[in-house]
Design a protein around this ligand. Structure first.
Ligand code: NAD
Ligand code: 89V
Length: 339
């Protein structure tokens, strides 16, 4: 399959490396309205077809899918352009500015019969995946409690300055991943309560969020996120897990250590992600998950399957983000059915 990528910024470099590793797909064209970034990416990855205007790239065609790696304000126009061009679509998270835009993008691609996947890669991190597979395989029986936790003091603003500028920050940018992991582990959510705080005075949005989720299948989970946590060792960008089930318990601790206890026995596994040749610590965890979700997309298309984080699936993660902000603003628990 041939692909085109739009947005050659901070994170797209990982996506371009990921595509170079994927079996069954290659990137043949790139687009960025910033000519310097476009030229740098083109040179670094040997891609000659370069466009400053996405409409021109779609008009020229010659690719089966588009990978949209821009920030959220451009997602809807670009996804709609892709739908009009009749290509498969991958779109970065956060998928949309609001639920209406998210629904419109899903409908636009659905009408073409093509596939839409949101690049929600955290559930593809190999350590998280090991926990998901153990849980789905019944390693601790039926889960009834979970904590999905991401607490860090890492400076994300130097690489992504826009994160300091938005009215919304941690739930929209990072919490969205952690909420998605909670969904991957425990299923869909009926209600959510959230509190938020801003600790760092140099940013606009909230940098701490604590959320309580009631999952339809009976699990209660706590999803807690912070970029204001001073801890040693610094665990960025690890998601830590603590899960109780009817037959045992599972923990994913700092340092990618997975512990499963059942029937008085304990199994401890090192589930550290590999550092791919193009990756660097501490980002290697996220970087590997980029290549894995891209391969998943290609494999799904080849097999006629729907990707795990399809647009329709991700709408339910995105709804959790909206519901969490509503809950924090109004100081009440929010039913997902309200959205
Ligand atoms: P960035 O600002 O560094 O890069 C975005 C690029 O898109 C810029 O170069 C910009 O010029 C270009 N662009 C924007 N609109 C365009 C348009 N209409 N046509 C052509 N080019 C356009 O942003 P980033 O940090 O790379 O983040 C991009 C997206 O990736 C965001 O949605 C962010 O949340 C997401 N992200 C995801 C992860 C993850 O692990 N999944 C990690 C970091 C960032
Ligand atoms: O995954 C992300 O969207 C990133 C980061 C991990 C730094 O929050 O913005």
């Amino acid at each position: 399959m041939k692909g085109a990528l739009i947005g050659c910024g901070f994170f797209a470099r990982n996506q371009l490396h990921g595509w170079a590793d994927v079996t069954g797909a290659e990137i043949v064209a790139i687009c960025d309205r910033d000519e310097t970034r476009l030229a740098e990416a083109g040179e670094a990855f040997g891609i000659d077809r370069r466009y400053a205007d996405a409409a021109e790239m779609f008009a020229a065609g010659g690719f089966d899918f588009v990978d949209i790696a821009t920030t959220v304000p451009s997602h809807r126009p670009l996804v709609e352009m892709a739908a009009a061009a009749g290509v498969h679509v991958i779109c970065q998270k956060p998928f949309a500015l609001n639920m209406d835009d998210a629904r419109a993008m899903i409908a636009a691609v659905e009408a073409t019969g093509k596939t839409l996947m949101v690049h929600e890669n955290f559930r593809w991190q190999s350590a998280v995946r090991a926990a998901i597979e153990a849980l789905r395989g019944g390693a601790i029986g039926t889960p009834f409690f979970g904590r999905v936790s991401f607490r860090s003091g890492y400076d994300v603003f130097s690489g992504q300055p826009y994160l300091a500028e938005g009215e919304r920050f941690i739930i929209e940018d990072l919490g969205i991943h952690i909420l998605d992991i909670a969904r991957a582990l425990f299923g869909d959510v009926d209600r959510i309560s959230a509190t938020t705080r801003r600790i760092n005075p140099n940013i606009r949005g909230e940098d701490v969020a604590t959320m309580l989720l009631s999952h339809g299948g009976g699990v209660t989970s706590v999803v807690d996120c912070s970029y204001a946590t001073r801890r040693m060792p610094e665990t960025f960008p690890e998601t830590l897990l603590e899960i109780d089930g009817t037959q045992g318990s599972l923990r994913l601790d700092a340092g990618y250590r997975l512990t499963i206890q059942r029937d008085g026995q304990e199994e401890v596994r090192d589930v550290s992600p590999p550092v791919l040749p193009w990756a660097e610590r501490p980002w290697h965890n996220i970087q590997e998950s980029v290549a894995l979700i891209q391969q998943h997309f290609v494999d799904c298309l080849a097999a006629g399957r729907t990707p795990e984080t399809s647009g329709a699936d991700n709408l339910r993660t995105f709804a959790l983000v909206e519901a969490a902000y509503l809950s924090a603003a109004e100081g009440r628990s929010v039913a997902l059915s309200e959205l």
